[in-house]
Design a binder for this molecule. Structure first.
Ligand code: FES
Length: 155
C-alpha cells in the first residue's frame, strides 16, 4: 500500500540537514531498531552548555532520515537540558505528520538524541537522573532498541 508523506518529510528525506560526523564530538549516541534493522547515530558538539553543532548518520528508511534530520534541526543551538526534552511527537509535528506505521522511526530519532546526550553527560561526569534514560537502558538490555507498539502493526 502506498504511503503518503508530507512535503516536509519529503524535503528532509531528499535534502537532509546536518548529515555527517563530528570528529571531535562531545557526545555520540547510536540506536537501532532490531525489527527493521535501521540504525541512527547522532553526534553532539557542546560549547558552554549549548549544542553548538549536531550531525547525524542514518542507515534506514525515508522516515528515519527525515526524522533524524528534523530532530537535529530542533535541538541545534539549544541548551543540552532543553534538547533532552525533545519528544518524538515534537519531531512528527514539525514534519507535519508521519504515517502511523512510521511513528517508530521518530521514536528512534528521539532515542538517538537521548543516547548522545547521555554519552555527553557520562564523558563529562555530569550528574543526572538515571530515570531520564531508563527507556534506553531497558532497550539495550533486550537488544531491541526503540521498539514501540506502533511498530507491531507495521510490516
Ligand atoms: Fe525502521 Fe523507519 S526506522 S522503518
Amino acid at each position: 500500500m502506498a504511503m503518503t508523506y508530507s512535503k516536509k518529510v519529503m524535503d528532509h528525506f531528499i535534502n537532509p540537514r546536518n548529515v555527517g560526523e563530528l570528529e571531535d564530538a562531545d557526545g555520540v549516541g547510536e540506536v537501532g531498531n532490531a525489527k527493521c534493522g535501521d540504525i541512527m547515530k547522532v553526534y553532539l558538539k557542546v560549547k558552554n552548555g549549548i549544542l553548538a553543532d549536531v550531525k547525524f548518520k542514518t542507515f534506514g528508511c525515508a522516515s528515519a532520515i527525515a526524522t533524524s534530520s528534523m530532530a537535529t534541526e530542533l535541538i541545534k543551538g539549544k541548551p543540552v537540558g532543553e534538547a533532552l526534552e525533545l519528544t518524538n511527537k515534537a519531531v512528527v509535528e514539525a514534519l507535519d505528520g508521519l504515517p502511523p506505521v512510521k511513528i517508530h522511526c521518530s521514536v528512534l530519532a528521539e532515542e538517538a538524541v537521548k543516547a548522545a546526550i547521555k554519552d555527553y553527560y557520562d564523558r563529562t561526569g555530569t550528574a543526572y537522573d538515571a530515570a531520564l534514560f531508563a527507556d534506553l537502558e531497558s532497550e539495550h538490555e533486550h537488544g531491541d532498541l526503540a521498539l514501540t507498539e506502533d511498530y507491531s502493526s507495521s510490516t
